[in-house]
Design a protein around this ligand. Structure first.
Ligand code: SF4
Length: 281
């Protein structure tokens, strides 16, 4: 899809990220995908959703990127793992989409959140979109696992008002088993954000049997508190809303028998973060 071609009406907006979307860029030659990633003039999006009250401050538009380097066992959106499952969207088209909502976003103290997938898989596009948002006077939030944080320079980070950092688990081996890689780069990115005094919200998905070990949570909490720039921690209870995607994609879903955490378990985990002086909910 070239810069000038419009995305068909209704194709990009989704009622929720739980819509299964595949093969949006299936017919794009590999060379075009590479060129898009290199320039950032075109990105690959699962969708735009509007009216989110849970993806950053205020009411927000969320751009859900495709492409992820991890394979978290509890991922709710495995259709975003593959870059070419996303719809090719030029930066001009994405900006036009955002412009439609800019007034409302300001009134509702909201902004643009870029989530995924993992947005830093296509960091050049994301940075261009954030720059465009800034020009429109729209607040910017990056929801990332931080593994590719070194792709962003300090100057790049100036276009990001808020980083929402998804910490998965503290223990290295547990982290490898859960997502597929070490967590050292994520912690290095967190420390760098602290040095830059960038405002961060930490997100922690609570999955019974995987991320609910009290000692492990306490270590994550101690690290988070030591940073000094984390304004808030959101403990997000695991749920089964992504299960049908795994099944429809023919992927083995290991958590089909895992129940959401109990209210008590969520409260206990929030308490472990609060005990360190963090604001957690
Ligand atoms: S980092 Fe996010 S998008 Fe990637 S596999 Fe994990 S939960 Fe899914």
């Amino acid at each position: 899809m070239s810069e000038g071609q419009a995305i068909p009406e209704g194709q990009l907006e989704a009622a929720s990220p739980y819509e299964l979307r595949v093969d949006g860029a299936k017919h794009l030659p590999e060379t075009d995908v590479r060129a898009a990633l290199a320039s950032g003039d075109m990105g690959f999006l699962h969708s735009f959703t509007t009216g989110s009250a849970v993806d950053g401050p205020g009411i927000r538009v969320v751009a859900w990127t495709s492409g992820c380097m991890w394979r978290c066992q509890y991922c709710h959106n495995p259709d975003t793992w593959k870059m070419t499952n996303g719809i090719p969207v030029s930066i001009a088209q994405a900006t036009t989409q955002l412009r439609k909502y800019k007034r409302g976003l300001r009134i509702m103290s909201g902004g643009l959140t870029v989530s995924g997938g993992e947005p830093l898989m296509q960091h050049r596009f994301v940075l261009k979109l954030f720059a465009a948002a800034r020009q429109l006077g729209v607040h910017t939030a990056l929801d990332t696992n931080g593994f590719y944080g070194d792709r962003l320079t300090d100057a790049d980070l100036e276009t990001v008002d808020l980083v929402m950092l998804d910490l998965k688990t503290w223990d290295r081996e547990r982290h490898v088993a859960l997502v597929g890689t070490d967590n050292a780069p994520c912690h290095a990115f967190a420390r760098r954000l602290a040095q830059l005094r960038k405002t961060v919200w930490v997100r922690y998905v609570l999955v019974p049997g995987l991320t609910d070990d009290p000692d492990d949570v306490a270590r994550t909490a101690a690290f988070t508190a030591s940073l000094g720039n984390v304004a808030r921690v959101d403990v997000l209870p695991f749920h089964q809303m992504g299960r049908s995607k795994w099944e429809r994609l023919g992927l083995e879903y290991k958590l089909k028998d895992t129940q959401p955490p109990t209210v008590d378990a969520v409260e206990r985990t929030i308490g472990l973060f609060r005990r360190t002086g963090l604001e957690a909910c």
